[in-house]
Write a protein that binds this ligand. Structure first.
Ligand code: UDP
Length: 318
C-alpha cells in the first residue's frame, strides 16, 4: 500500500514510517521541519520505499501517485512555553496544523478515495473531571487558555474528520494519543520526559512544575505504534484511546528518573510553572482498544525509560 504521512520527521511520525516500511508499504512523508528533525528520517531516504515532500500541511497538498492511506501526524505537541518548539511559541502554526492541515489531508484522502487516520490527543479531555478518561467523556477544556491552541485545534480536527466520514462517506479513524515517550523525542522540546532526562544526565536538579501531585500515564513508543498500526487496519470509525494506563505522579516520576540515572541533585519545585490549565490527572481507559484491536501496552515504564535514557546519552554524548 502507499501511505501519505504528515509529520513524518517527527517523533511519532518517524517511528510510524519505520513500521510501515518494515511491513512492506511505501511512504510519502510530508514535513516542514518546524518541529521535525531530518536525523529522524535520514536512514529512510535511500530505502526506496520513502519519498519526502517538504511542505507545510496548512497549504494545499497535491500528490499525483495513488494513495491507499492518509495519516495526519503533523503538529507541534509540547505545551511548554519555555521551549521554542512548544505550541505556546508556535500558536498559529499549531492551530493551522490542526485545522487547515486536517482539512487539506482530509481533502487529499477524499480525492484519492484513501482511508484516513487522524492523530488526536488526550488533550481533547482537557483538565478532566472524569477519571480515568474513556472515549465517551466530552472533556473539560478552556477555549482561551494557554493550551487552547492545541486542544481546540484537535477538537476541531476530530469534528472535521467525523463530518467527512458522515457527509462524504470517507473511511476514517481517530486515535486519541496519551503521553508517549521514547527515542527521537527532542531533548529541547520542553516535555517532561526529555526535560527530566536532560537535567538528570547533566547532574542538575529536576524541575517539578506545580505541586508535583499531578499525574500522567506514560506509554512507550513501540507500544503506541503497534496500536496505531492495528487501528489503521481495523474498521473502527469512532475515536480510540491509546496509552499506558499505569499512572504516576510527576514527583514520583522525577524520583524514578533520578534513580535510573544515578542523579544525586534531587528535585526543585517550580510552583508557578504548574499554574494555568495543566491537567491534574490523566490516565487512559483503554477498554475499547483492548476489545476492538486486541491491544494493550507491553513495555513497562522502567524498561522504556532505560531505552530512552540510553538514546539521550548517545545523542548528547552525556
Ligand atoms: N512538567 C514538570 N517539569 C518539566 C516539564 C513538565 O513538572 O520540566 C510537568 C508538567 O507541568 C505536566 C507534566 O509534567 O504536569 C507533563 O508535561 P508534558 O509537557 O510532558 O506534557 P502534558 O502531558 O502536560 O501535555
Amino acid at each position: 500500500m502507499r501511505v501519505a504521512l504528515t509529520g513524518a520527521a517527527g517523533f511519532l511520525g518517524s517511528h510510524l514510517a519505520d513500521r510501515l516500511i518494515q511491513e512492506g508499504h511505501e511512504v510519502i512523508g510530508l514535513d516542514n521541519f518546524v518541529t521535525g528533525d531530518e536525523a529522524n528520517i535520514a536512514h529512510l531516504l535511500d530505502s526506496g520505499a520513502f519519498r519526502l515532500i517538504r511542505q507545510d500541511v496548512s497549504t494545499y497538498i497535491d500528490i499525483p501517485e495513488s494513495l491507499d492511506y492518509v495519516l495526519h501526524f503533523a503538529s507541534p505537541a509540547s505545551p511548554n512555553p519555555a521551549s521554542p518548539f512548544g505550541y505556546p511559541n508556535l500558536p498559529i502554526q499549531t492551530l493551522k496544523a490542526g485545522a487547515l492541515g486536517t482539512l487539506n489531508t482530509l481533502g487529499l484522502a477524499k480525492a484519492h478515495q484513501a482511508r484516513y487516520l487522524l492523530a488526536s490527543t488526550s488533550e481533547v479531555y482537557g483538565d478532566p473531571q472524569v477519571h480515568p478518561q474513556s472515549e465517551s467523556y466530552w472533556g473539560n477544556c478552556d477555549p482561551i487558555g494557554p493550551r487552547s491552541v492545541y486542544d481546540e485545534a484537535k477538537r476541531f480536527a476530530e469534528a472535521l474528520t467525523m463530518a467527512y466520514m458522515r457527509f462524504h462517506n470517507l473511511n476514517t479513524r481517530i486515535v486519541r494519543i496519551f503521553n508517549t515517550f521514547g527515542p527521537r523525542m527532542r531533548l529541547d522540546d520542553g516535555r517532561v520526559v526529555p526535560n527530566f532526562i536532560r537535567q538528570a544526565l547533566r547532574g542538575e536538579p529536576l524541575t517539578v512544575y506545580g505541586s508535583g501531585t499531578q499525574t500522567r500515564s506514560f506509554c512507550y513508543v513501540s507500544d503506541l505504534v503497534e496500536g496505531i498500526y492495528r487501528l489503521m487496519l481495523s474498521e473502527e470509525k469512532y475515536p480510540v484511546n491509546l496509552g499506558n494506563p499505569t499512572e504516576i505522579t510527576i514527583r514520583d516520576f522525577a524520583l524514578l528518573i533520578n534513580e535510573l540515572t544515578g542523579n544525586k541533585a534531587g528535585l526543585i519545585t517550580r510552583f508557578e510553572e504548574g499554574l494555568g490549565d495543566d491537567p491534574q490527572r490523566r490516565r487512559p481507559d483503554i477498554s475499547r482498544a483492548k476489545a476492538l484491536l486486541g491491544w494493550e501496552p507491553r513495555v513497562d515504564l522502567t524498561t522504556g525509560l532505560r531505552e530512552t535514557i540510553n538514546y539521550f546519552r548517545w545523542k548528547e554524548q552525556l
